[in-house]
Design a protein around this ligand. Structure first.
Ligand code: HEC
Ligand code: HEC
Ligand code: HEC
Ligand code: HEC
Ligand code: HEC
Ligand code: HEC
Ligand code: HEC
Length: 304
């Protein structure tokens, strides 16, 4: 019962707050970086040359180039977490349902995102389906995935399994996380180009892992000066790296090394933790990983 009330409150109050925020935007008359232009029934000319009626020519700006239409999010077809602007393999083509439409035979942004849904002032839809994904409102994100992917096969996709039995590096795996094919021999952290929001990518497969971990603390944030200083010291003295994401926040790869042992030359700091227990850059045993950032602050903590 409590849940139902909570849902009702969210469904009724949230759109009201959102429309209040929109009135403010309208009054200020500007589109700021923080303005959410979706589901407003306005800002049509951000994406259309002029506001179309249903059935008319939609006259998309930038010739309908989604990397420009969606410029606030910074994705290109190369850096997006899912392959786009590609012709699906025969095997996939036969599985893709009609309500996930291809454009000119290609899988594109609007195959999964119902753009027209967000053209309209639909407060309630916005609450239930913020990312305007097509199809029924999926309880689990993976339900959408398995409309095109075979569930069993997908579970076997292990991006950390990067070296074949014959010892060759599997390039396809690298491009799960890297926007461009990295060269493990010569490139280091500052040279490689990772896709944005790696965290979202990790969560797609590791959705069972709580966001609040380790130890129920929120670690996915910008570290305090004190923690940053500890991290720097650890990196120097123990020869590891604890890389922050491109917003300077702690993210999954800060603590976990996603590479298989053997991909990065073993003498490199970035190779530490590859294929170790939980893929941790420093072991959980004796709280080494915690001390890396907290020194002795949590020395009585019990892990595992
Ligand atoms: C964030 C960008 C964006 C905004 C803002 C936006 N649109 Fe759209 N709209 C699109 C895109 C992209 C498509 C094409 C979808 C497709 O090809 O499946 C589209 C499609 C449409 C269509 C065609 C729907 C159909 O099923 O044929 C209409 C009509 C439309 N928009 C009207 C509007 C109006 C009116 C507004 C303002 C109230 C608006 N849009 C605001 C991006 C936007
Ligand atoms: C195969 C289906 C699929 C395709 C193709 C797709 N998306 Fe998505 N997109 C999703 C799903 C599912 C989510 C929700 C992810 C989540 O909630 O973690 C999402 C979330 C997003 C988000 C919000 C989260 C974030 O990462 O910032 C943006 C922005 C986005 N997509 C943009 C795009 C753009 C731009 C394209 C084309 C370059 C595109 N999407 C193509 C399925 C898709
Ligand atoms: C509209 C159909 C469709 C949906 C929905 C979809 N995919 Fe895909 N996915 C594809 C196609 C097509 C490819 C390219 C490979 C191919 O053609 O077999 C692909 C490739 C991938 C790959 C690269 C590895 C591979 O199999 O080539 C991953 C990882 C992936 N998808 C994950 C996801 C996830 C996670 C979701 C749900 C958020 C999702 N996909 C939803 C169609 C889809
Ligand atoms: C699951 C995500 C993921 C996959 C898959 C992945 N990487 Fe990375 N890679 C990262 C992250 C995150 C970093 C930055 C942190 C680091 O250096 O470990 C990185 C960094 C690197 C670096 C720079 C290392 C340094 O010395 O600083 C190289 C080189 C590299 N990756 C090569 C590869 C190659 C080659 C593959 C494929 C065999 C691959 N990666 C697959 C996520 C991934
Ligand atoms: C396409 C799915 C997929 C993606 C994306 C993915 N992983 Fe994994 N991950 C796996 C699979 C499969 C395993 C193998 C062990 C398992 O079943 O848990 C694994 C194992 C792990 C483990 C070890 C778990 C344990 O119990 O020892 C960690 C830690 C991990 N991944 C972190 C990450 C991080 C960090 C990212 C993002 C940079 C990431 N993963 C992206 C599928 C994925
Ligand atoms: C501050 C360090 C830190 C960050 C950030 C972090 N982890 Fe972990 N993770 C750990 C530690 C320590 C463990 C092992 C002990 C535990 O379970 O608390 C672990 C365990 C795991 C496991 C294995 C769980 C099991 O029981 O098999 C997975 C999978 C995992 N993390 C994924 C992720 C993902 C995905 C993210 C990003 C959302 C993430 N981690 C962020 C430190 C971290
Ligand atoms: C990469 C650095 C890093 C690692 C590794 C790490 N933490 Fe944290 N932890 C942080 C940051 C940053 C915060 C937020 C507070 C701050 O910035 O000082 C935090 C917050 C916490 C908090 C919340 C209380 C507080 O001080 O705000 C606890 C509890 C905690 N961490 C325990 C642990 C434990 C236990 C481990 C080892 C399993 C661990 N942390 C590993 C960086 C880290």
């Amino acid at each position: 019962m409590k849940r139902i009330i909570l849902i009702l409150v969210v469904v009724t109050v949230f759109p009201a707050i959102m429309s209040f925020a929109r009135v403010n935007d309208r009054v200020s008359g500007k589109i700021l970086d923080t303005t959410n232009i979706h589901f407003t029934g306005k800002y049509c000319t951000e994406c259309h040359e002029k506001a179309p009626e249903k059935g008319e020519d939609i006259l998309l700006k930038y010739n309908g180039d989604y990397s420009k239409l969606c410029k606030c999010h910074g994705y290109t077809s190369k850096s997006y977490i899912h392959p786009v602007d590609i012709v699906p393999s025969e095997e996939k083509k036969s599985r893709i349902p009609d309500d996930l439409p291809l454009v000119n035979g290609k899988l594109v942004c609007s195959t999964c995102h119902d753009m027209y849904l967000q053209c309209q002032n639909e407060g309630n839809t916005q609450v239930i389906n913020r990312k305007f994904l097509r199809g029924p409102h999926y309880i689990k994100r993976t339900t959408l995935c398995f409309r095109c992917h075979e569930e069993k096969q997908y579970a076997k996709l292990d991006p950390h399994n990067q070296i074949s039995e014959s010892g060759e590096i599997n390039d396809n795996k690298c491009l799960y996380c890297h926007a461009e094919m990295p060269d493990a021999k010569v490139q280091s952290y500052s040279d490689v180009k990772l896709i944005g929001k790696l965290e979202v990518l990790c969560f797609r497969c590791h959705h069972k892992q709580s966001k609040f971990h380790p130890i129920n603390a929120n670690h996915l944030r910008v570290p305090s000066e004190a923690v940053l200083a500890n991290m720097e010291e650890t990196e120097k003295t123990l020869g590891v790296i604890l890389p922050l994401d491109n917003e300077g926040k702690i993210s999954c790869p800060t603590c976990h090394n996603p590479h298989e042992r053997g991909v990065l030359p073993s003498e490199k700091a970035s190779a530490q933790g590859a294929s170790e227990k939980y893929r941790l850059r420093l072991a959980a045993k004796n709280l080494q990983i915690c001390i890396a950032c907290h020194k002795d602050k949590f020395k009585d903590m019990k892990l595992e």
